[in-house]
Design a protein around this ligand. Sequence first.
Ligand SMILES: Nc1nc2c(c(=O)[nH]1)N[C@H]1C(S)=C(S)[C@@H](COP(=O)(O)OP(=O)(O)OC[C@H]3O[C@@H](n4cnc5c(=O)[nH]c(N)nc54)[C@H](O)[C@@H]3O)O[C@H]1N2
Ligand SMILES: Nc1nc2c(c(=O)[nH]1)N[C@H]1C(S)=C(S)[C@@H](COP(=O)(O)OP(=O)(O)OC[C@H]3O[C@@H](n4cnc5c(=O)[nH]c(N)nc54)[C@H](O)[C@@H]3O)O[C@H]1N2
Ligand SMILES: [Mo]
Length: 767
Amino acid sequence: MSEKKLKRKTSFTGSTEFTNIKLEEPMRYAAGKLGVKEALKHGFKEMGIVRSMRALLEMNQEDGFDCPSCAWPNPENPSTVAEYCENGAKALADEATTNKIARQFFTKYSVEELSQFTDYQLNKFGRLTEPLVLRPESIHYEPISWQEAYGLISEELRSLNDPNEAIFYTSGRSSNEAAYLYGMFVRAFGTNNMPDCSNMCHESSGVALSETLGIGKGSTKLEDLYAAEVVLVVGQNPGTNHPRMLSALEKCKQNGGKVISINPLEEAGLVNFKNPQNLKGLVGSGEDMADIHLAVKINQDIPLVKLILKRLAELDARDKNVFDHDFIAQYVNGYDELLADLVQYDEQDLLERCGVPEEKINETVALLAAKEDIVVCWAMGLTQHENGVQNIREFVNLLLLKGAMGKPNAGTCPVRGHSNVQGDRSVGIMHYVDEKLNQRIEKHLGFVPPAEEGVDTVGAIKAMYEGRGKVFICLGGNFLMAANDTEYTAQALQNCSLTVQISTKLNRTHLVTGKTALILPTYGRSEKDMKDGKLRYFTMEDSMGRVRQSRGLLKPASDHIKSEPELIGELAHVFFDGKHSVNWKAMAEDYNLIRQSIDKVAKGFDNTTERSKGVGYYLPNNVRNLDFSMLPGGKAQLTLNDLPEHNLERDEFLLMTIRSHDQFNTTIYGLDDRYRGVYNERRVLFMNSNDMKSHGFKKMDVVDISSHYDNKKRTAYKFLVIPYSIPKGNLAAYFPETNVLVPYNRYAHRSKTPISKSVKVTVVKSE
Ligand SMILES: Nc1nc2c(c(=O)[nH]1)N[C@H]1C(S)=C(S)[C@@H](COP(=O)(O)OP(=O)(O)OC[C@H]3O[C@@H](n4cnc5c(=O)[nH]c(N)nc54)[C@H](O)[C@@H]3O)O[C@H]1N2
Ligand SMILES: Nc1nc2c(c(=O)[nH]1)N[C@H]1C(S)=C(S)[C@@H](COP(=O)(O)OP(=O)(O)OC[C@H]3O[C@@H](n4cnc5c(=O)[nH]c(N)nc54)[C@H](O)[C@@H]3O)O[C@H]1N2
Ligand SMILES: [Mo]
């Protein structure tokens, strides 16, 4: 029998049945932090009353655990009441669910059968409770001991011709300790093949900020948002994805600050906001969070900013006080070139491209001209385009011209996704080579790390597809559904000899696998990690660069699962047969040893065990000290960025793939998108009602969406058309259902972030 015929018949999309949609008007407001009572409602169903009460009271508190949802920082003094949001409560309930997958489950269902379930249904089965193996000829997972699993992986790794035939992915939920141990094991094994979720997320921010400001992270602290004069929220939906950020914006407004939202959609929470924890929010109609909403067309942020800069430059030419000339003279490179470049653009053309009404531009220009303390926040609406890096550089231009950098209440704020995605990078999860890091590894860990750049997510998919990547190990995440071009990625995974998932819950990447597959179940953030009667804890780095401790408190889902550092350390110990310059086993047991090692090897970490206590400590950040010595001329860089061109044909739209209110990335908590007024259905396509008319679509028409890159038709079948307030020519639909449309070889220049927010598509009625 040929290799191909042996392949399991697993579905990489799951069912496309509709689930009984209900529509309402989109909501005008969103809540930030959540009252205890409401949050408990989410917990009770999944976790039971006692577990919910205990866990929610400890979430984001000083001696508690870090919320497993987003990376928004906790305030220095968390309020005595709840410091969490609705979606944090959902994330916790999802992780700490009392639903468990028992041994008989995999006897009952084959992987082929399981793959017919939707992602929502797969997640609902609950927590994984013991290590499992899917053997080459089998279609059923079966139990395997930890030792046997380590042995199997080690043998497979040793059998490779070249360490670069193995690829090690990381999702951003892992602690600093787990990620560090993993990253160092991968290097000791001999490769830099470390793609991570960041490649699909904020990589464009990292690239843009590094080259303009000398550090790939943001410069603001939470308090800076409170007192800023203007906060721009660009390409970001905080009401759903970072709800606690709304509390910070509310504080800003109470202090007299203004909020500008730049988004094709009027996202709830930016338009109007209710804080359930203050009386006004509960009884009144809430606050309008955004003072100005700029409904930019998808991927037309650069024309918008250029237009604003042009107008500001005109005012500055007259008054000489709109830009910060002292700051520019001392700290900034490229001023004359930027001004000369702006002159060539036609204002009317820019206006038409961005699609924003002129009076809104005027309002924005007047506000920005008069203010100095400006913060720009952004997320996926800027990073996930072909020109993602340039998008961000253009906003950096604005901040630098205004001197809004390296001082209180001003600066950059890329709002990170996964709760420890920033920390994972800081402790060494990256596919590129950092020579200084390599020198420290050699000095302190006693081995020579590889000097050759590894693959990122795009490179990993291609390598596996082409047979160059043979073993694929994932520390968390759901690679198949998170990555683009689902069909291609599925084939890539199936070409592997071994795929390994270290995870908490079942997902589709466990079902579309290599010849042999392993599931290694691990603790969630909220679980108590005990060793010899002592509680162990982790550290995380939040979106603003602060390192803090996190300790779980709930009884783990099973006695047969292991913490991430423990299983990584044990695997490394087995792989090296106990003979290596690093004592992996000791670190697997005692996380203080890992932290001591991080202090020596990772940049900026220092006395972490002590300093991460309580409110924690900030990692060094050169922008906060206005130190640009690492950049050309020792200065921050203004940059020239091109206008994006999409050249849409009459039947083409630009589609953004976004999150609903009831999901965390590929984990689907529920089928509602309450703020957008959609209930019990995810297969929806948001369309401008004029486009519906001109293209002959009616509300609830069933359509297929196709992209046509490289003469290949990729289709996402069966979506319901919903009229929505979205710019003409633009569409929105949820990820991961629409990932099939995003070609694997279309990504942002230089950061290689897939173009999840500007996919050119056509739409036709389903047959
Ligand atoms: N509850 C919950 N929380 C999460 C997540 C989750 O799935 N659920 N995911 C986490 C992760 S990993 C991440 S990265 C973040 C993601 O957080 P977001 O970036 O807020 O997530 P998206 O849903 O991708 O929303 C993108 C936003 O950008 C807008 N947008 C799209 N294209 C453009 C454009 O061209 N220009 C502008 N100006 N705006 C545009 C969209 O309308 C939308 O409001 O959230 C994190 N937090
Ligand atoms: N089309 C499109 N695609 C996108 C995006 C988009 O906007 N549009 N967004 C992109 C972005 S921003 C990101 S960050 C990626 C996300 O990509 P990933 O990080 O790969 O995906 P997640 O859905 O967050 O991963 C969920 C899985 O992680 C596991 N898990 C949860 N908690 C833990 C834990 O504590 N430890 C371990 N070991 N495992 C755990 C569970 O098994 C769960 O099924 O997706 C990207 N893909
Ligand atoms: Mo992300």
